[in-house]
Every structure is written in structure tokens, then in C-alpha cells.
Design a protein around this ligand. Structure first.
Ligand SMILES: [Mg+2]
Length: 216
């Protein structure tokens, strides 16, 4: 049971870390808000490089907050910010914080009223630990989303990574977004076509097109 569950709940996962989940999510939020949709974002837990000298880099929660018009603390509860670049439950352990448990992450996933579309960005790849007792795939199943967006690279190696990730997410309804897709790159085009025709996956390469899939 998710408190205040939006009518359309979308989970965003990646084939690996750094494939662009946050970029895709913030762009979708901006596009949907420009069409007068009320959009919210959540990041159940986040880890990041500890601030060094100079200006600290914005965290995923900061970026999601800026695009959705919320506070970063509403996007990700402050006790789920782990300043150590490891999977959140590993970072928590290394920092001496309490263990990250899946039931607690789900209980913390609350929404204000009036949100049309809610995005939940996971951490790392589909099989990365999000809690000591669940990976991102299991978390995605447990929140019963209306749609799962799998963000993948467009280049070499993506077919294998996408197949494994979609398999781990079955039976969720899943669409694939090939990020950093270059229509002039023959490999990118062949990867897209192979995933569509041989695997029958819903594959998008254009963010505006993907935004249309997100509208209930
Ligand atoms: Mg991210």
C-alpha cells in the first residue's frame, strides 16, 4: 500500500549505473509539466560521492526536485542520503547507518494529493541492491507500477543488457529507452531494430515520444 499513490506510477530503472536514468526522468517531468500535468518524483535512497572541495555536485534528488518543483528532501528523505559512492545498502553499512530494508523504503514512498504522474527512480542497475533484502527489480515489482521504463545505452553491449534486465522485470509492462541514441550511428540503429523485431520490445529513442507513453 503506497500512501497517496498517483493514478499513474512509473518506475525508472537502468541496465547499469550512469546510463542516464536521472536525465531521462527529469526530461520526462519537464515535458509532462509543460503539458499541465502534475508530476512528482521520488528517489527511495541515494548515494553519491562525498562533497570535496569546491561546489558540491547536485544529487539525483536535487535534480529531480528542481524539475518537479519539490524539495530535494521530499524527493528522497534526508536519512536515505548516503555520501559514499556505493549501492545504498552497502553505503549505509560502510557508514555505520542502520540497514536499509525494503519494507521501510516502500513505507516512506508517500505522495501529496493531486499528483497525476509519479516517477520513482531506482539506484544503479536492475540487479543492483537497493536494500539489504531487495534489488531494484524486486522493489519495482513491489510498488506495482503502471509502467517500468528501462534506460539503456544505445551502443555496443546493449542487447544483452536489455534482454537480461527485461527478463528480470517480467511481468511488469516495460518500455526501453535507448539513451544517447544517434540516428547516424549504424550500430545504434541496428540495436534498436534488433530489440524491436527479434525481441518484440517497445523501444524508444526520442524523449518526447517516450513522454507520450507516460500520459495515462
Ligand atoms: Mg540517477
Amino acid at each position: 500500500m503506497i500512501v497517496g499513490r498517483p493514478p499513474c506510477l512509473i518506475v525508472v530503472l537502468g541496465t547499469a549505473t550512469e546510463v542516464g536514468k536521472t536525465w531521462v526522468t527529469t526530461r520526462l517531468i519537464e515535458l509532462l509539466r509543460s503539458k499541465d500535468k502534475s508530476v512528482g518524483a521520488r528517489k527511495p535512497a541515494q548515494s553519491f560521492d562525498p562533497p570535496g572541495r569546491g561546489l558540491p555536485l547536485p544529487t539525483d534528488a536535487d535534480l529531480l526536485a528542481a524539475s518537479s518543483g519539490a524539495s530535494a528532501e521530499a524527493v528522497c528523505p534526508p536519512h536515505r542520503w548516503y555520501p559514499l559512492a556505493m549501492a545504498p545498502p552497502m553505503a549505509a553499512e560502510a557508514l555505520g547507518a542502520p540497514p536499509v530494508l525494503i519494507d521501510e523504503l516502500i513505507a516512506e514512498l508517500t505522495w501529496p494529493g493531486g499528483v497525476d504522474v509519479g516517477f520513482v527512480e531506482t539506484a544503479g542497475g536492475v540487479g543492483s541492491p537497493l536494500a539489504v533484502d531487495a534489488d531494484c527489480a524486486r522493489f519495482a515489482m513491489m510498488i506495482r507500477p503502471d509502467l517500468a521504463i528501462l534506460v539503456a545505452d544505445a551502443g555496443l553491449g546493449t542487447i544483452g543488457a536489455v534482454r537480461l534486465a527485461v527478463g528480470a522485470l517480467a511481468p511488469l509492462q516495460c518500455v526501453v529507452f535507448l539513451n544517447r541514441f544517434d540516428p547516424a550511428d549504424e550500430l545504434h540503429c541496428r540495436n534498436r531494430d534488433w530489440l524491436r523485431t527479434r525481441d518484440g520490445f517497445a523501444v524508444h529513442t526520442d524523449i518526447a515520444e517516450l513522454a507520450q507513453v507516460c500520459v495515462p
